[in-house]
Design a protein around this ligand. Sequence first.
Ligand code: GLC
Length: 732
Amino acid sequence: MNEEQIRDEMKKIKRNPIPKRTEEEINLFVKDLMSKMTLKEKIGQLYQTTHDGAAITGPSYDASQNKRLINEGMIGSFLGLYDNMDIYRLQKEAVEHTRLGIPLFFANDIIHGCRTSFPHNLAMACSWDPQLIQQASEVVAYESSHSGINMTFSPMLDIVRDPRWGRVMESYGEDPYIGQLYARAYVNGYQQGDLTSYDSVSACAKHFIGYGQVEGGREYNTVDMSERVLRQFYLPPFEAAVEAGCEAVMTSFNVYDSVPSTANKFLLRTILKDGMNFSGFIISDYTSSSEIIAHKVAKDMKEVAKKCMEAGLDHEMVSNAYIKHLETLVNEGQVSEHLIDDSCGRILKFKYKIGLFDNPYKNVYLNFEDYWLTDDNRRLAKEVALNSVVLLKNDDVLPLKSKKIALIGPLAKSIQVIGPWGGKARDEDCISLYDGLKNKFKDGIEINYSLGVDYHEMDEAIYQEAIDSAKQSDVVVLAMGEQQWMSGEAQSRANIDVPPVQLKLLKDLRKLGKKIVFVLFTGRPLDLRVVEENSDAIINAWFLGNESGNALADILYGDFNPSGRLTMSFPYIVGQIPVYYNHLNTGRPYDPNDYYRSKYNDIPNDPLYSFGYGLSYTKFSYNSIQFSQDEEGVTVQFTITNEGEYDGADVPQVYIEAKSFSVSRPVNELKGYKKVFLKAGESKNISIKVKKKDFAYYNIEMKKEVENGEYLVKLARNSQDIILSTTIFFER
Ligand code: GLC
């Protein structure tokens, strides 16, 4: 078919409502279809391939056999396609030119925006607003479902404690309580409780499991953790995603207990399929199945197929061990056909559930870009950007008063503010900080702009130009930090400093005696000691997406009061890593009056900025604090007042601490919070409840239980700034 014919057919795609079927109806359909399928065709459903030359996130791929494989029913799905004509062509091949006409499904990595670009996930996490993130996810789903795909490889649910790892930018941070809230928000935002809808996409929770704890923060490195740490910290977000109905889970590249996740029966069957009663399907990460050879747990692809199928892997991404070897393994009696039937059944059930048998072209639109980046979506992108920014320091310089500013740095006019994993977002749709200020004030602001330095290089003349522009201005605004591709997959860094040329310019500008506002662009926590010493204010701007410049202009001039709170600690220095708030006490906790204690001799134990930290342009006071306990749990009640002249939001947090337990427990565990917006001078009575069951922890028998004993309950501004705490007791 030529393009014209395809276009004509695509114009005729009908989008009739797709009936929602019961579990029984779905199972009947699948049972009937599978009874007609050959073993080879059932195995074909277990393979996800990609398009020509794709090197999305791993070895490049030769798609020359795709058409033949489709015609033989040997492909179940594709990843990485956006061109809807290609998607239409491939789907037509599957539906009209195979023996049983089983449709393909299509998946992509759309994790913080399709064409509308929201802040990356670690930035959005700092909003402490799951409802807002769910709204953003609904937009991501709408744009994705109108770009031909049925599933997004999101949410990424890795707990992260090491900013050397480039992928912290796509996580929500170091805390499982936050992780659970966000897992639900993303899954509900994507799936919207109706997989037959033309506006939803299916979610795929990843990476199962423990990828965020790669040793040394080095990408794809070894992971080694206890089962208790796995269950207590890394599992809860996945449990929340599965409870929310997430349709798929993706394995991780790393080992757990020296067995690659992708071939790890304990993880995939014992923990996930049986332990969580997970009825969706498990997909490998990009070639992670064949990589178990490199992990040295398989000698060849035939053994890969055997081990991964036995472990419970249902769908193999890009590697082709399954379609090459499973049929032989079954015929040799090495792999039971029941395992193939279970995996094939999960894939067919998914396809039927989302309506692909009713309408294989449900998400294929000829003019798909017309559905993207609407004005409403931009407005939401700005709201999310505003709420993602974290004010780290402000010595009476923000909000800015003067309209005669020097704007200096490699990110001042940069539109590269999407961050990694940007989907189909485009730099040209992004607002730079310079343009954001111009949009806001037009000619009402004098901006003495200078590049100053590039990310890593400097030119003497431009460097001097920056010094001169600062001299002519009332205040200096620096737009510095990482280039957006310095974080993301395969972007681990052993050094997390702000690039040296940028710090050199900061220090030289400091000598001028002008007030300096440092606007930090970064995908990860960095070592900010030099920035802290030489700046009067620090705004953590992450990478905020389309509306970056407009949001930052509002924040710089006080039209929005920053309310972001960190969900990942900023280490004092890279040598302090891993540093996270919910750490154990040790047997010799730090005591300044005792030499033989757990400490460094050259730096403090505490991070530079801790979990839950963030400043505001206003001051919030807490009064009438009361703790009460009943059989259901503990409630903290208090009055919060905005004592300043700016409206704004604070995020009172409630932590618990077990005084003793059958195993050592963290010194702090976040168990509740509220984001409270108050007008200047306004007060509100707030209560935050922590249910008794939330005090549970995996005990010495590896059972999640609340043990008798004494617990501290703490009302706090952040994990280090405790306002008031009380002791409570649980008796059996
Ligand atoms: C990558 C990533 C994973 C992504 C997949 C498909 O290597 O680890 O997050 O979904 O491949 O692109």
